[in-house]
Ligand binder design. Sequence first.
Ligand code: GRF
Length: 200
Amino acid sequence: MKIGILISGRGSNMAAIADAVARGDIPGAEIAVVVSDKPGAAGLVKAAERGIEAIAIPRSGRIREDHDRELVAALTERGIELVCLAGYMRLLSPFFIRSFPNRIVNIHPSLLPSFKGLDAQRQAFEYGVRITGCTVHFVDEELDHGAIILQKAVAVADDDTAETLSARILEQEHASYIEALRLICGGNYRIEGRRIEFGS
Ligand code: GRF
C-alpha cells in the first residue's frame, strides 16, 4: 500500500507512522511521499531525515480546489493508494475527497463526535469532561465525520492543564495511527455505512 502523508506543521504523527513502517510494524505499507501545504513545516525536515520524499505545495493565496488539484496530481503521479492526514490544517475540497474514495484517513485529538474542529483537546478540557482521547477515521465531505476506524480514551487528571492533557493524547495518537494503518493495510475490513466491520 503506497501511502502519501499530508501535514502542515510539526509532523509527529507522520514521524511515528514512518518509524513504524521502517520497523516493519505496518506490513505492506510504504510511505512514498510527505506533502505539506506550508513550506516551512518542521515535519518536512523530519520526513527528509528519514529518507522520504518531502515536498511543499503551498496553499497561500490559492483557491482550495486549484490547490487540491495540484495535490491530487502529485499523489496520483506517485501511485498513492492511501492518503493519511496528519495535522493537515486545510479542509479538503469535494474534488480531493472524490479522488480517493474511502482512501483518506485522518486523526483527530478527541473522541468523535465530541469536540470537532480546531483545538479539540482544549475544547474537551474546558468543557470539563473526565475522559477524552483520539479518533482515527475515514474522511468524508463533512468535517471530522467519516467512519471510525479506532479510538483510544485518555482520562483527564485533576492536575491536568490543556497542555499536559494534549501531550498524553498525542502519545495515544501515535499508537492509534499505527494500529489503524495496520488494520487498513491488512485489508480485512468492510465499510457498512458509518460502521467498519473488521475480519470480514
Ligand atoms: C495532532 O494533535 C492531530 O491530532 C491534529 O493535529 C495535531 C498534529 O500534530 N489533527 P503533529 O503534526 O502530528 O505533531
